[in-house]
Design a protein around this ligand. Structure first.
Ligand SMILES: Cc1cc2nc3c(=O)[nH]c(=O)nc-3n(C[C@H](O)[C@H](O)[C@H](O)COP(=O)(O)OP(=O)(O)OC[C@H]3O[C@@H](n4cnc5c(N)ncnc54)[C@H](O)[C@@H]3O)c2cc1C
Length: 230
């Protein structure tokens, strides 16, 4: 799709991993469509995941009692957030679609990616009050979580030992992406790639490629409690 900008926020330490292959396939397919792709390869960038005072380069509003949310909101308004956050926010600003590519860690994002979210999706930039959920400040953008798991699809079913995968998706898709206004595309879940044969893994990669070929025709999911809990 010429003219579309895609940001891939990618968290895996190993380029030869399944996550590395899923990321490479996204780049190939989307580039063939004429999209512009930017990749934030968080481990290669040695991205700092810790939300600290150092994220504000100017004077603090209240150095006696540091409040990360208030200070970063004010720093965003004054343009005094630190350089690495500003760079990532610029990438988000131009993106039509953000793909988060990661292995599921403890039912969630790996810490480095969660840290990217903590530090980049600052109040005033990604959300505000008012200005969250359907009116979130990133409401003109699409978000898609593409992740791998250790558990099988059966384990992540309603009666499986890990519980319905939609319970896991609720905080990530609803609590973060929808909160910031993103229209959320259905997740791409690649179950248990370590425990299947090579042929099956190739097929998983093929399914992702096929999906991406028609990604711009997809409609977002209804990011409301019934989608997750009924
Ligand atoms: C701290 C931590 C917490 C975790 N928490 C959870 C959890 O809560 N729930 C859960 O389910 N799991 C959890 N896991 C497991 C984790 O999600 C999986 O190990 C991970 O998703 C597997 O993906 P990978 O990319 O790392 O796999 P890899 O091991 O890198 O890849 C799997 C296989 O795919 C092969 N491969 C790569 N590219 C290709 C290709 N192009 N064609 C064919 N084969 C290819 C690789 O060679 C490898 O054999 C956790 C793991 C850790 C370390």
């Amino acid at each position: 799709m010429p003219g579309k900008n895609v940001l891939i926020v990618y968290a895996h330490q190993e380029p030869k991993s399944m996550n590395g292959s899923l990321k490479n396939i996204a780049v190939d397919v989307l580039q063939k469509q004429g999209c512009s792709i930017i990749i934030s390869d968080l481990y290669s960038m040695n991205f700092n995941a810790a939300a600290t005072r150092n994220d504000i380069t100017g004077e603090l509003c209240n150095p006696q009692h540091f409040r990360y949310g208030t200070e970063t909101m004010e720093a965003f308004k004054k343009g005094v957030l630190c350089e690495d956050i500003l760079k990532e926010q610029e990438k988000v600003k131009v993106a039509d679609l953000i793909i988060f590519q990661f292995p599921l860690y403890w039912y969630s994002f790996p810490a480095i990616m969660k840290g990217w979210i903590d530090r980049v999706f600052v109040q005033g930039f990604a959300f505000d009050f008012p200005g969250c959920y359907d009116t979130g400040l990133l409401k003109d953008k699409l978000a898609l979580l593409s992740f791998t798991t250790g558990g099988t699809e059966e384990m992540f079913s309603k009666d499986g030992m890990s519980g319905d995968i939609r319970y896991v998706l609720w905080p990530m898709q609803h609590g973060i992406m929808h909160f910031c206004g993103f229209k959320v595309l259905a997740p791409q879940i690649t179950y248990a790639p370590e425990y299947v044969g090579d042929e099956k893994r190739k097929n998983m990669l093929l399914l992702w490629a096929r999906r991406l070929e028609a990604i711009w025709d997809e409609r977002p999911i209804e990011c409301t409690p019934p989608w997750y809990f009924q």
